[in-house]
Write a protein that binds this ligand. Structure first.
Ligand code: ATP
Ligand code: MG
Length: 389
């Protein structure tokens, strides 16, 4: 009997000829997520099996895998010989654990016989196994419609697999199968959620953060590093670029119309983010903007922001209410960190009366009053890089 993780995958099922590519990417993501465990990942007929996880690390490994995009669900399982007694013994061991400390529970057996040479058909497996488990565990009763849990039995070519739990995974596609994008990450609620959504589609994420020391604190920066770590627990490694933005922000603040400072700042952020994106091979930018949420997110403001760059800008939250975004932030586990009260560089320099309908021509003119070339170069030269895992 050997502990093994059974992994069911999500949308990869839909991929035709590219399927082996997606499967290999998923297997790589699984190995990376379980580092430093020396696991062996194999695929067989639409399933992935992970061997080599010590029994005591199984629960933790299952939790980690629920964050790997491309996975529909996982089940800690036992691999046993294709021998009926061994299968029953395995099922009993799993059920004993599953109902530990529970006085009553309902269950049913679901069987799959991929190896048609196995003597019992799936119905027989369900019926006989169900009966034996009922006998062995007085706390159990059968409920075929809404059981508290089910015991899965899969008879495959080499071995049989037994499991009693199924944890829902994150869905989506394996990171790295759909290119690479640069997330503009602030310390707020929205941008980590935006990054999570795009990573879920298989996009590798890098991130850029602008800070305005000493107007923003060291803690504010740490908060962004922490948020990036949370994002990386789903997206795999995230390269984080920390860009000193004070000089540019002060120049805008001192030389340009106060009502335009936010929009100008956003344009400069986008330009720098684009330059860094191009230098590291990212093909698009991602922001956490949503229509109308603040003055800098009206259609006019978004148009002016877009004008600053040529790369496509993904705004996955564009049609979401704040409440919906908060729900997602809580689900991904970033919310508690996002609401920590450290200033980010936007809040420090917010004008009292920002323009809500900026005209592109006016903004370009204001921007042209200052030559930002040198400041942009200096900011990029002083950018710090952290590989976050
Ligand atoms: P968030 O909750 O993500 O901070 P927000 O609602 O506070 O968003 P803004 O502050 O206007 O909105 O920022 C809009 C978007 O611009 C953010 O979602 C993020 O993508 C980007 N952004 C804002 N500030 C920064 C920053 N300091 N560094 C990098 N990106 C930023
Ligand atoms: Mg913000």
């Amino acid at each position: 009997m050997e502990a093994v993780m059974l992994v069911r995958y999500a949308e990869i099922h839909l991929k035709g000829l590219n399927r082996p590519y997606f499967e290999r990417s998923l297997m790589k993501r699984i190995s990376l997520a379980l580092r430093p465990l020396p696991v062996k990942v194999v695929r067989e007929q639409g399933r992935v099996f992970v061997f080599g996880i010590p029994a005591e690390s199984m629960d933790e490994a299952a939790q980690k895998l629920t964050r790997v995009f491309g996975i529909h669900s996982v089940s800690p399982a036992l691999a046993v010989e294709k021998d009926w007694d061994a299968m029953v013994e395995g099922a009993k061991a799993l059920v004993a654990r599953r109902i530990e400390g529970v006085s009553q529970a309902s269950f049913k057996v679901i069987a799959r016989r991929a190896d048609k040479r196995f003597a019992m058909c799936s119905q027989d497996i369900c019926r006989v196994m169900g009966g034996l488990l009922l006998e062995a565990f007085p706390a159990l009763r059968v409920d075929v419609h809404t059981p508290d849990f089910y015991v899965g039995v899969e008879v495959r070519q080499e071995q049989a697999f037994i499991f009693a739990d199924e944890l829902l995974g994150a869905g989506g596609m394996p990171v790295g199968t759909n290119g690479h994008a640069m997330l503009l990450i602030s310390g707020g609620i929205d941008s980590p959620v935006a990054g999570h959504m795009i990573a879920k589609r298989g996009v590798r994420i890098s991130a850029v953060h602008f800070y305005s020391y000493p107007y923003t604190s060291e803690r504010a920066r740490e908060k962004v590093v922490d948020l990036t770590k949370i994002l990386a627990s789903y997206a795999g490694e995230v390269g984080l670029y920390l860009v000193p933005f004070t000089e540019i922000q002060l120049a805008i603040y001192e030389k340009c119309p106060k009502s335009e400072t936010t929009v100008l700042m956003r344009r400069l952020m986008m330009q720098i983010a684009e330059k860094i994106a191009l230098s590291c091979g990212a093909q698009a930018l991602i922001t956490g903007e949503s229509i109308g949420q603040v003055a800098s997110q009206t259609i006019e403001s978004l148009t002016v922001t877009n004008d600053a760059v040529n790369l496509p800008v993904f705004r996955p939250l564009i049609g979401f209410d704040k409440e919906e975004i908060v729900t997602r932030a809580k689900a991904m586990g970033s919310y508690e960190t996002s609401i920590l009260p450290f200033e980010d560089c936007c809040t420090v320099f917010v004008p009292q009366h920002p323009v809500t309908r900026p005209k592109l021509e006016d903004i370009r003119q204001s921007e042209a009053r200052l030559d930002f070339t040198q400041m942009i170069e200096t900011a990029i030269a002083n950018t710090e890089f952290l590989a976050i895992e």
